[in-house]
Write a protein that binds this ligand. Structure first.
Ligand code: ZN
Length: 272
């Protein structure tokens, strides 16, 4: 079965593997691309993590996840900017294709979502020179509106692309089917995105969904038209990896890691 063009976001197997054994398990299944999270890098140490990734010739389709700029006060906003600059340096060290950026939620006590979105834009602007100098593209990932309050105040591809338009070079988007499949404007916005598509995340939307965050489905087990979205993304000019990103507390995180990876490969070949 094909594994070229398939990447595993290590969150998919975060309860089975760390970075080192995750890379080894992926390679056993013929998978040569991953996307690690910051806790993977911190648990391993940046130097050792970089060695593991480079010595195994792993492609890194993204580094998760920065952004999260809204905060209640100036000190909090500055802390987020500092954290993002560190993550840009880490992304450069491990050779990541992009640093994934999510909007962040409303600060404690706030009822001002427009203000949160402004803080996200201000934060992006503040770290963009650092990202450009490090040659790390920033991938704004719109999150499903159900997460707008606590995690992702940027909800649609249209919003993310408006920010790209305003900020210019060095900023693009991550298209995650879980967050965007429902958008009636999706085809138009993917076509608009063109070269700014930096990542393509896949999983599936289960019916019913039992947990808003931690019940993502394996590709093929839900209702997302994965091939249709893939064709839109390819037509827009992105031919990079499809990155499997599944948070599944009650199902896939409880299964043996090899079973999860084997299933990812099989579904990638049959339903994506
Ligand atoms: Zn994603």
């Amino acid at each position: 079965m094909r594994t070229d063009g398939l990447s595993i976001n290590l969150a998919t197997v975060r309860h089975q593997f760390g970075l080192k054994d995750g890379v080894e398990a992926c390679l056993k299944h013929g998978i040569t691309a991953i996307a690690p999270w910051r806790d993977h890098i911190q648990a391993t140490g940046l130097v050792e993590a970089t060695r593991i990734i480079r010595s195994n010739d792993m492609k890194v389709t993204g580094y998760c996840r920065g952004g999260l700029f809204p905060a209640a006060d100036a000190a909090g906003r500055q802390a987020a900017i500092d954290m993002n600059k560190e993550m840009i340096d880490e992304a450069a060290a491990i050779g990541a294709d992009c640093l994934v950026m999510i909007g962040g939620g409303l600060p404690q006590g706030s009822r001002d979502i427009a203000g949160a979105r402004d803080m996200f834009a201000d934060g992006l602007l503040a770290v963009l020179p650092h990202a450009r100098a490090a040659k790390v593209p920033l991938a704004i990932e719109p999150l499903h509106p159900m997460t707008a309050a606590d995690r992702g105040c940027i909800s649609t591809l249209s919003q993310a692309l408006d920010l790209c338009d305003a900020l210019g070079a060095g900023v693009g988007v991550a298209v995650d089917v879980y967050h965007l499949w429902w958008d009636p404007d999706l085809a138009k916005q993917i076509a608009r995105a063109r070269w700014r598509i930096l990542a393509h995340h896949i999983c599936d939307w289960l019916v019913p969904t039992k947990d808003l965050l931690l019940d993502r489905g394996m590709m093929g087990d839900g209702i997302i038209g994965l091939p249709a979205i893939r064709r839109m993304i390819e037509a827009a000019g992105f031919h990079g990896h499809q990155e499997v990103e599944i948070f599944s507390a009650q199902d896939w995180w409880k299964r043996p890691g090899d079973e999860v990876l084997r299933t990812c490969v099989e579904r990638y070949n049959t339903v994506c």
